[in-house]
Design a protein around this ligand. Structure first.
Ligand SMILES: Cc1cc2nc3c(=O)[nH]c(=O)nc-3n(C[C@H](O)[C@H](O)[C@H](O)COP(=O)(O)OP(=O)(O)OC[C@H]3O[C@@H](n4cnc5c(N)ncnc54)[C@H](O)[C@@H]3O)c2cc1C
Length: 486
């Protein structure tokens, strides 16, 4: 990686103006007008300051990736395999994002019930985790997963930094030129030919002025969850008393709620994942009305999430019992489990109609099949029952069915050299609730990485790459592309 000691003079006001111009700010302004995050971004504050400084350009590369969650890592490995120089900035302290830092405990389905769909990086990484003993009946030993991500990234030859967060971009003539990062060493710039936003929230794309949407028609988003780890469970006793139930689901939740155990009773309980020695990792509880792109909302959410775990501890001990009398909360995740925030506008928006049609696209970069899983945005019983109806029946595929994922949903609207991967790709809310899970993020991540490498090797225009050539490269990389004529 070529390190540069050049510098970049940034006038924040002038930059915002040029970025808005370059990327067609008018539609974004329209979409943002009602968005609660607009104020959080600071762009529409009544008062403000002009801010200007000269920043060092510390890295120059072919492909810059913001965020090292499942999508970012897959993108980096794919782009490196195609020969591009890659630099990845991860804001937190490890790779994996929701799957490690936020403690999401398991992978959702890899395939359509008859075969794997998340092939290529996904299936190879799964094999690697299995070999490393990182999986326990499908659930993760998180430290192993973090270490395997580290190893994959080091082996790929990607240049990467932790605790390095994208805070801004400089755009000119409809293209991003620099990403501005904040790191322990200060604020500096990265120059790249092509950029990939794999931040989950679309942070980089928003700074580049790309329009986005959030939540349902009323702006409601899925609740978040602060995931957790537990000890002191007598699993043998639990099994003896519940031979047919492997996890303590919400059997006594309604009774505990009626007794006032919970400040905010919530019937939707995903469960505890069983580990040896009385240990469990857990996806329980919801933090409602949380906006993962608003630091005040997140802060309130962490406080409420941690408080609610004490309520669950009491519920386990006094209501579930059967081996949980001595259960102890070990820790909550260091990062909030955020299911949904921005969906970044692309050249195409994938919709429920595409999902229902099991669509086939000429520019398909993969296929996937996880059901639409919209956790209800409120704790009431009717909302939960609607969720069950949608998840279990209304939108569920039969074995062997899947939907195509078009390349165009990765291409940020009106920005020449910006791709988006992972849970913030261009879909409606329903499709986001399927494509957001980790195996699908590997599919969109590897496609974005491969496309970015191709664009960086040519005209740096991600909208104009040869899609057939991309499909061929993805097939060679291991992707499942049954409809691609290559
Ligand atoms: C509670 C919960 C339960 C879930 N359960 C499952 C499940 O059981 N199975 C499953 O497969 N999926 C599950 N999911 C979905 C899945 O975990 C996520 O949607 C998926 O991991 C998203 O991957 P991503 O790479 O798009 O984003 P993320 O995992 O969010 O990764 C984004 C990365 O970017 C970094 N980042 C963010 N902003 C910046 C910035 N400005 N600069 C630099 N870095 C930045 C973050 O630190 C993070 O590491 C669950 C999600 C949640 C929240």
């Amino acid at each position: 990686m070529k390190k540069q000691m050049t510098s970049l003079n940034i006038d924040r006001r002038a930059f915002i103006k040029s970025a808005m111009f370059a990327t067609g700010f008018a539609p974004m302004a329209r979409i943002l007008a009602d968005s609660p995050s607009n104020a959080a971004r600071g762009d529409s504050c009544a008062s403000g300051i002009a801010y200007s400084r000269t920043l060092p350009v510390k890295v120059e590369t072919d492909v810059f990736i913001a965020g090292g969650g499942s999508a970012g890592v897959a993108a980096a490995v794919a782009a490196r395999s195609a020969g591009a120089r890659v630099f990845l900035a991860e804001g937190f302290t490890c790779f994996g994002g929701m799957g490690t830092a936020a403690r999401v405990p398991v992978f959702m389905q890899w395939g359509d019930g008859t075969r794997d769909l998340a092939c290529g990086f996904g299936t190879r990484f799964r094999e690697r985790l299995q070999k490393a003993g990182a999986m326990n009946n499908g659930a993760f030993w998180f430290e192993d997963v973090k270490r395997e991500y580290d190893a994959v990234m080091v082996e790929s030859g990607t240049d990467f930094l932790f605790q390095t967060r994208v805070i801004d971009v400089v755009a000119e003539d409809g293209a991003v030129k620099y990403a501005i990062v904040a790191a322990p060493g200060g604020i500096w710039a990265v120059k790249a030919k092509v950029f990939i936003d794999a931040t989950g929230n679309g942070d980089l794309a928003v700074q580049a002025g790309v329009p986005f949407a959030k939540g349902d028609a009323t702006g409601h988003m899925m609740p978040a969850s602060l995931l957790s780890a537990w000890s002191g469970i007598d699993w043998e006793r639990w099994t003896k008393e519940h031979p047919k139930v492997s996890q303590p689901f919400g059997a006594e939740l309604a009774r505990a709620a009626a007794d006032g155990v919970f400040k905010e009773p919530d019937l939707h309980m995903t469960g505890l994942y069983r580990f040896p020695n009385g240990y469990a990792t857990a996806n329980i509880g919801h933090v409602f009305n949380l906006d993962g792109t608003d630091e005040r909302s997140l802060t309130k959410g962490y406080v409420r999430g941690r408080e609610s775990m004490k309520e669950y501890e009491r519920y386990f001990r006094e209501y579930l019992k059967c081996g949980l009398e001595n259960v102890r909360l070990v820790e909550t995740a260091a990062m909030m489990g955020v299911r949904e925030t921005r969906r970044i506008a692309g050249d195409y928006e994938m919709t429920l109609d595409d999902y229902m049609k099991r669509a086939v696209f000429p520019d398909e970069i993969g296929r996937y099949a996880y059901p639409i899983d919209i956790h209800p945005s409120s704790a009431d019983k009717a909302a939960y029952e609607k969720h069950r109806e949608e998840f279990d029946r209304l939108y569920k595929y039969k074995n062997g069915e899947s939907y195509g994922i078009p390349y165009r949903i990765l291409c940020a609207k009106d920005v020449k050299n910006l791709l988006v991967a992972g849970r913030c790709v261009s879909t409606d809310q329903k499709v986001q609730a399927s494509i957001r899970v980790m195996p699908a993020c590997y599919i969109t991540g590897q496609a974005a990485g491969m496309a970015a490498a191709m664009a960086a090797d040519g005209a740096c225009d991600i909208h104009a790459i040869d899609v057939k050539a991309l499909q061929k490269k993805l097939k060679d990389f291991g992707a499942y592309l049954p409809n691609a004529e290559v």
